[in-house]
Ligand binder design. Structure first.
Ligand code: NOJ
Length: 542
C-alpha cells in the first residue's frame, strides 16, 4: 500500500451471518462458521468484513432490531466467539467492520421497555413520543419504510412512538444528549475490542424532525456526526461508511470530506433506483437504461474530487442479486457476472463484495407468500393485495426486488444444503448450488471467483486503480460502458458491453497490454471491436 488510508486500498466483503456458514447444525449461520471460512476470504484477497448485525435481537428484521448492543445473539455464538473472530481475522489482515444500527433499537431493548412504562420514566425521552391529534388520531402522516403509519400507540403512556421501520423498531431520540452519549460509550466498547470500524445503518435519518415531516438529512445530522466522530473513532485508524439513501454528490462530500471530520465514505443509492418507476416504489419495475447507469456512475466518479471517497457496490442484503437483476442468470451467467465485476472494480473508490457475489449467486424465485421470510416483502404483499393488485403482480415484484433474493444460504459445495448446514436451513437454499458453488469456482482457473481475486490483486498492485482519474468514453453504443483511468502518465481503458447482444466499440488507442477480460480468447486491437454478449476487458493503452 503506497499512500492514503488502508480503507482506500482494500476491497471489503459483506457477511450476512445468518446465511454464511452454520457450524452447529441448527440451520442458522454463526460466528464459528465465519471463523472457519476466513482462509477462503483471505484467498479471495479482501481487507475487511462488513458484518451485518450479530447483536442480541428478537429478529423482527433479522438483527436490525437490537435488544442489547453489547451482547451476541445466542444463535450466532458468544462474545468469546466474537473476540476470536476479530483476532483470527486480524491475523489474516482482515478488519471487522461492525454494523451500527442506532437510528432505532428493538422494542425489546431495556431502554424501550422502561420508556413505555410511563411519561416520567427516565428512559421515556430516549425515544420519540407524540400525542395523538384529538379523537385518537395519529400525530401526522409519516410512513414506515415497511408500510403503514410510522406511529404506534402505547396505551400505558397514552402517546404514540415513532418507528420509521417496523413497530418493533422504535426510533431513538437523537435530540436527547443522554441517548447520544450512551451510543458513543457503546461504540467505544466495540472500538476497544479492536474492530476496524462501523457501517452505519440508515444514518441519514438520525437528524429527523418528525413534526416538520423531515426524516432524511435533518438539520442536526452533521452536527451529531461530528460530535460522534470526536467522541469515538476520530483520530483512530478506523473506517466508517454511512448508509445514506438520499445522498447526492454534494451531500456525500459533507459526510466524507476529511476536513469535516465525519465519515470515511457513504453508500449512495442513485444507481440502485434506476430500474424503478420514477414516482413509484422499488416494487414498481422498469427496465434498466444503460445510458442512465453510465451517466449516474460517471457523475459519482468525478463529482467527489478530493473532498470525498466513493463506495462501490452492486449488491447487499437488501438488494436483488446483480447477475439476475441486470445481467443474465441463464445463458450468459458467467460472462455477465464477470462483466459487472470488472466494470465496478476498475472504478475509483472502495469496492464491496456481498457474500456469494464472487461465485455468481442468483435470485431465488418463489411461487407463494409462504416462502418469504423478509418482513418488508410480507408487509408489502398484504398491503398490495388489499390495494387490489393480483398475487401474480406482487410475486413478480418480489421475485425481482425482494430482499430474500440475496439472503439465501451461501453455496459452498455440492453436498446437502450446499454445505451451509447439516440441519434444516432457516431459508431455502437455491437449487442451483449444484452448479454455482465455491468448490467448483476454486477448481476452475477461469471462474467468477478467479476474476474477483484477480481484480483485487490488480487493485493491490496498481496505484492507478486506487488513485487514477476517471473519464467516461463518450459517444459509444448505448449499451457499451467504457472509461479510462489515468495515473502518472499511464492509461487503462475499461470496456463493458452491458447487453445480451453484440455491440461494436471503436478503440482509438494503441494497445500495450491486455490486463483482464471475461472471454478467454480476447485479442484486443486498435479499431473496430465486435463485443460479444456481456463482453468486458481492460487494456493498457497509449
Ligand atoms: C437498512 C438495513 O440494511 C436493512 O436491512 C434494515 O431493514 C433497515 N436499515 C432498518 O434497520
Amino acid at each position: 500500500m503506497s499512500q492514503g488510508k488502508w480503507w482506500q486500498n482494500v476491497v471489503m466483503y459483506q457477511i450476512y451471518p445468518r446465511s454464511f456458514q452454520d457450524s452447529n447444525g441448527d440451520g442458522i449461520g454463526d460466528i464459528p462458521g465465519i471463523i472457519s471460512r476466513l482462509d477462503y476470504l483471505q484467498k479471495l484477497g479482501i481487507g475487511g468484513i462488513w458484518l451485518s448485525p450479530v447483536y442480541q435481537s428478537p429478529n423482527d428484521d433479522n438483527g436490525y432490531d437490537i435488544s442489547d448492543y453489547e451482547a451476541i445473539m445466542p444463535e450466532f455464538g458468544t462474545m468469546a466467539d466474537m473476540d476470536e473472530l476479530i483476532a483470527e481475522a486480524k491475523k489474516r489482515n482482515i478488519r471487522i467492520i461492525m454494523d451500527l444500527v442506532v437510528n432505532h433499537t428493538s422494542d425489546e431493548h431495556k431502554w424501550f421497555a422502561a420508556a413505555r412504562q410511563s411519561r416520567d420514566n427516565p428512559y421515556h425521552d430516549y425515544y420519540v413520543w407524540r400525542d395523538g391529534k384529538g379523537d385518537g388520531d395519529i400525530p401526522n402522516d409519516l410512513q414506515s419504510t415497511f408500510g403503514g403509519s410510522a406511529w404506534t400507540y402505547e396505551p400505558a403512556v397514552g402517546q404514540y412512538y415513532l418507528h420509521l421501520f417496523s413497530k418493533k423498531q422504535p426510533d431513538l431520540n437523537w435530540q436527547n444528549d443522554k441517548v447520544r452519549h450512551e451510543i458513543y460509550d457503546m461504540m467505544n466498547f466495540w472500538i476497544n475490542k479492536g474492530i476496524g470500524g462501523f457501517r452505519m445503518d440508515v444514518i441519514d435519518l438520525i437528524g429527523k424532525e418528525p413534526d416538520k415531516m423531515i426524516t432524511g438529512n435533518g438539520p442536526q445530522l452533521h452536527t451529531y456526526l461530528q460530535e460522534m466522530n470526536q467522541a469515538t473513532f476520530g483520530g483512530k485508524d478506523l473506517m466508517t461508511v454511512g448508509e445514506t439513501w438520499g445522498a447526492t454528490p454534494a451531500i456525500a462530500k459533507q459526510y466524507s470530506d476529511p476536513a469535516r471530520h465525519e465519515l470515511s465514505m457513504v453508500f449512495q443509492f442513485e444507481h440502485v433506483g434506476l430500474d424503478q418507476q420514477p414516482d413509484g416504489e422499488k416494487w414498481d419495475l422498469k427496465p434498466l437504461s444503460v445510458p442512465a447507469l453510465k451517466q449516474v456512475l460517471s457523475k459519482w466518479q468525478t463529482a467527489l474530487g478530493d473532498q470525498g471517497w466513493n463506495s462501490l457496490f452492486w449488491n447487499n442484503h437488501d438488494l436483488p442479486r446483480i447477475v439476475s437483476r441486470w445481467g443474465d442468470d441463464g445463458q450468459y451467467h458467467d460472462q455477465s457476472a464477470k462483466m459487472f465485476a470488472i466494470l465496478l472494480h476498475m472504478m475509483k473508490g472502495t469496492p464491496y463484495i456481498y457474500q456469494g457475489e464472487e461465485i455468481g449467486m442468483t435470485n431465488y424465485p418463489i411461487t407463494s407468500v409462504d416462502e418469504i421470510n423478509d418482513i418488508e416483502s410480507i408487509q408489502m404483499y398484504h398491503a398490495r393485495l388489499k390495494a387490489g393488485y393480483t398475487k401474480e403482480e406482487i410475486l413478480r415484484s418480489i421475485n425481482a426486488k425482494g430482499r430474500d433474493n440475496a439472503r439465501t444460504p451461501m453455496q459452498w459445495d455440492t453436498t446437502a444444503n450446499a454445505g451451509f448446514t447439516t440441519g434444516t436451513p432457516w431459508l431455502h437454499v437455491n437449487p442451483n448450488y449444484v452448479r454455482y458453488n465455491v468448490q467448483a469456482n476454486l477448481a476452475n482457473p477461469h471462474s467468477i471467483f478467479a476474476t474477483y481475486q484477480r481484480l483485487i490483486q490488480l487493485r493491490q498492485n496498481n496505484d492507478l486503480v486506487v488513485w487514477g482519474d476517471y473519464a467516461l468514453v463518450p459517444d459509444t453504443a448505448d449499451n457499451v460502458f467504457a472509461y479510462y483511468r489515468t495515473y502518472q502518465g499511464e492509461r487503462w481503458l475499461i470496456v463493458a458491453n452491458v447487453a445480451a447482444e453484440d455491440n461494436v466499440f471503436e478503440l482509438p488507442d494503441a494497445v500495450d497490454e491486455h490486463i483482464i477480460g471475461n472471454y478467454d480468447d480476447q485479442d484486443v486491437k486498435t479499431g473496430q471491436i465486435e463485443l460479444r454478449p456481456f463482453e468486458a476487458f481492460v487494456v493498457k493503452v497509449r
